[in-house]
Design a protein. Structure first.
Length: 358
């Protein structure tokens, strides 16, 4: 997997992910056009937002029919939509082609519907980097199950799963948790279209998780305070005074749900170990997980230094897990600089070989 080239290809153009053939590009564009044109019709006919019309379109594509309720869409538009759907054979498209087309549509939805920043998708460049790190940490033969504790629309989870699946003989099982039913509706539609092996759970991620324990946990964690103090009393990362940081709580929850020796790869604020509550976070880590790495993402991905994020790499105690002799630390170079990124990727490879038992 040539990480530098794949990521560089994604930075300015979210349309195509990595080494994509001309045919795959054409298929992505064709599916996006069907999605977008259908959405425009349904927005007008049903008086709904782009996102709602996209969910309806996805459901229609899956059934290869048009859902009509109270005469909407009208007969003429329903017939036109069915004809448009027949131009796409989902069975002939791979998961990545479908995901890329949906991503284009969701990016348009973000613009049209002025989506809350906390509900926007994790960029593909970060998803690819997450997949790359996981592939290096667990090796090519380990059976994988992946939990995303802040799954949202599912773009991060499906990006990671699609990338990792190409090199593995056994299917990867995914699990996603979110308390936003609209986001989960998008994720469910996306994963059904991609034929992804993912179970979704509509719940607060702080509540007990009911899915099986997994080998990997990921998450583009929301940043802020968790308002329900009485529900976090059993968490070691709870605040000593006032509300607790939700990203601390979600990391603790996700790591607790890993199998022994499992890996957590999370997107967190770069200042995570500089906050007033960092001592409690570090105290929890000392008993539950090894801090194996902290990689600061390129500054040009963020509006300012305050909004900058990092990828934290944790390993749950147990099995062959042990603290790396040297924690993986560094500032990732710009994804646009292929040479610098390839050099950094080589340093990651060397660190894994010297510090991680797989």
């Amino acid at each position: 997997m040539n990480l530098a080239r794949k990521i560089s290809n994604m930075v300015k153009d979210y349309r195509f992910c990595g080494r994509v053939s001309i045919l795959a590009q054409a298929e992505t564009e064709a599916l996006f056009q069907v999605l977008d044109q259908s959405v425009q019709v349904l927005m007008q006919q049903l008086s709904v937002s782009y996102v709602d019309a996209l969910i309806e379109t996805g459901d229609n594509l899956l059934s290869q029919s048009v859902h009509v309720e109270d005469g909407k869409p009208d007969q003429k538009q329903a017939a036109a939509l069915e004809k448009r759907y027949q131009t796409i054979d989902l069975k002939q498209l791979d998961a990545e082609t479908i995901r890329r087309a949906l991503q284009l549509a969701l990016l348009k939805a973000i613009h049209n519907d002025r989506v809350d920043p906390n509900h926007q998708m994790t960029p593909d460049s970060i998803g690819l980097l997450t997949a790359y790190l996981i592939a290096k940490l667990v090796g090519p033969t380990t059976d994988l199950s992946i939990l995303d504790v802040a799954v949202g629309t599912g773009n991060l989870l499906t990006t990671v799963m699609n990338q990792l699946q190409t090199d593995r003989p056994h299917p990867i099982q995914g699990y996603g948790v979110d308390n936003d039913d609209n986001q989960l509706a998008i994720a469910a539609m996306s994963m059904d279209l991609q034929r992804s092996a993912v179970d979704l759970f509509h719940q607060d991620a702080i509540d007990p998780l009911v899915m099986p324990k997994t080998t990997i946990a990921i998450g583009d964690l929301p940043v802020g305070y968790y308002p329900l103090d009485e529900r976090v009393q059993g968490f070691q990362t709870k605040a000593t005074n006032g509300h607790s940081y939700v990203h601390h709580l979600m990391m603790e929850q996700a790591m607790a749900h890993l199998l022994p020796g499992g890996w957590g790869v999370f997107l967190v604020p770069t200042t995570i170990f500089q906050s007033q509550e960092s001592q409690g976070l570090l105290k929890w880590m000392s008993t539950a997980a090894y801090l194996q790495g902290l990689l600061n993402l390129p500054t040009n991905l963020f509006l300012d230094e305050k909004s900058r994020k990092s990828i934290v790499i944790l390993q749950k105690h147990g099995q062959q897990a042990q603290q790396a002799g040297k924690v993986l630390l560094g500032d990732l170079p710009s994804f646009e600089d292929q040479r610098a990124f390839q050099t950094f990727a080589a340093q990651i490879d060397a660190w894994v070989d010297q510090n991680i038992i797989r």
